[in-house]
Design a protein around this ligand. Structure first.
Ligand SMILES: [Zn+2]
Length: 330
C-alpha cells in the first residue's frame, strides 16, 4: 500500500521525462570491477547529489530531489532479467510473479495481457483523459528492428507498451528531423554499421533534442541500453566508454532541462554494469532518481513495482498543465 500523504508544498510538474537505463545497479565503491567507482562522472554523480553511483551513496529525500537504491529482485530467487523487470517497471505489476520466474530479454507471454492493460502510457492517457499524442517514446528504430519484431512478434517491453497504447514508434525519418534519439545517442553505429543516412550527433546534442521533445509532451520516455550490453561484455574500456558517453548526455540534460516545470525520473531494471566481474545480471539494488518539480512525490518508491503507482498519484492538474500557457496554472 502506498502512503497518500498530501504535501501542499509539492510543486507540480508540467512535463515528466523518464530516462530508463538498462542494467545499472548500485555496487560496492571499493570493487575494482565497478566502473562507476573507477572515475569521476560529474553528470551521473549529480543524480546522486554529487556522489558516485555506488551502494555507499547516501539517500536523498528533498522536495526537488530523491535518490536511493530500489529493489529489482521482485521477491523472486535468481537473477533479475529485462523482460520481467521492465514489464514490472512500466506497469506497476509484478511481472516476474506473473511469469513464475525472471525472464528476458523479451517479455514472456504471461505478461503480455498485463502490459496491454496496465502499461504506463495507457494508464496515463486514460487517467488524465490525455490524447495519446501528448505522450512520447523518444527512441527511433531502424528498419531491421521492425522487420525482426514483426516477423517473430517479439517486441521489447517499451515498444510493446507503445504498440498496445497506440504511442507512435519513431523511425529514421524522425531521427533525421531531430524529433527522436537513437538508443546509442550518437547514431554512430546506425551510420557506420547499418549504412543509415542520418547525421552523427554528440551526446550533448542528443540531450538537447530530448529536452526539446519533452517540452512538447506531457510524458516522454527514453530508453538507453548500451549499459547492459557493456555489462555483459565484461570489457572495462568499453564499459568506461559507455559510462562516459552517458555521463555527457546526462550532464547536458541536467544543464538544459527546466526542473522548475519538469520532473526527471531515471532508473534501471536490474544490476549488471556495476559488476564487470560477472557476465550476467546482479541482484544489487538499482538507482532511483527523481529530480525537479514534484520529485518528493516519488520518495516512497522502494521497488520496480512502485514507480508507475507513484507517477500516477502525482496530482492530475500537474500532468495536465502542459496545455495551459506558462504561468496560468496555479
Ligand atoms: Zn542484460
Amino acid at each position: 500500500m502506498g502512503s497518500r500523504v498530501v504535501d501542499t508544498h509539492v510543486t507540480t510538474p508540467a512535463y515528466i521525462l523518464f530516462i530508463f537505463v538498462d542494467g545499472i545497479g548500485l555496487g560496492p565503491a571499493n570493487a575494482s570491477t565497478n566502473p562507476f567507482a573507477a572515475r569521476t562522472y560529474h553528470g551521473m554523480e549529480a543524480l546522486a547529489g554529487g556522489q558516485p553511483l555506488t551502494m555507499e551513496a547516501g539517500s536523498i529525500s528533498e522536495l526537488n530531489h530523491v535518490f536511493h537504491g530500489i529493489d529489482a529482485t521482485l521477491g523472486m530467487d535468481g537473477l533479475p532479467q529485462s523482460g520481467t523487470g521492465q514489464a514490472t517497471l512500466f506497469t506497476g505489476r509484478n511481472a516476474a510473479q506473473l511469469a513464475g520466474q525472471h525472464y528476458g530479454p523479451y517479455p514472456p507471454i504471461a505478461t503480455h495481457a498485463s502490459i496491454a492493460e496496465a502499461n504506463l502510457f495507457r494508464q496515463l492517457s486514460t487517467q488524465r483523459a490525455l490524447p495519446i499524442d501528448r505522450l512520447a517514446f523518444a527512441n527511433a528504430y531502424p528498419p531491421p528492428f521492425f522487420s525482426y519484431a514483426e516477423s517473430r512478434n517479439r517486441w521489447t517491453v517499451t515498444t510493446r507498451c507503445c504498440r498496445d497504447a497506440g504511442v507512435r514508434i519513431r523511425t529514421m525519418d524522425d531521427l533525421r528531423a531531430g524529433e527522436a534519439l537513437s538508443a546509442e545517442l550518437t547514431n554512430r553505429s546506425l551510420v557506420e554499421k547499418l549504412g543509415i543516412d542520418c547525421p552523427i550527433v554528440s551526446e550533448e546534442e542528443a540531450a538537447r533534442r530530448l529536452v526539446d521533445l519533452a517540452q512538447r509532451h506531457v510524458f516522454t520516455l527514453f530508453e538507453y541500453y548500451l549499459t547492459d550490453k557493456a555489462g555483459h561484455a565484461q570489457d572495462t574500456a568499453r564499459a568506461e566508454d559507455v559510462v562516459r558517453s552517458l555521463d555527457r548526455f546526462v550532464g547536458t540534460l541536467l544543464e538544459t532541462v527546466d526542473l522548475t516545470r519538469t520532473l526527471l525520473i531515471l532508473t534501471s531494471d536490474h544490476g549488471n554494469l556495476e559488476d564487470l566481474g560477472t557476465r550476467g545480471h546482479t541482484r544489487n539494488p538499482v538507482p532511483f532518481v527523481a529530480l525537479g518539480a514534484g520529485a518528493s512525490a516519488m520518495a516512497s518508491v522502494r521497488s520496480l513495482m512502485d514507480v508507475v503507482p507513484a507517477l500516477l498519484a502525482i496530482p492530475t492538474k500537474a500532468v495536465g498543465a502542459a496545455h495551459a500557457p506558462a504561468g496560468a496554472s496555479s
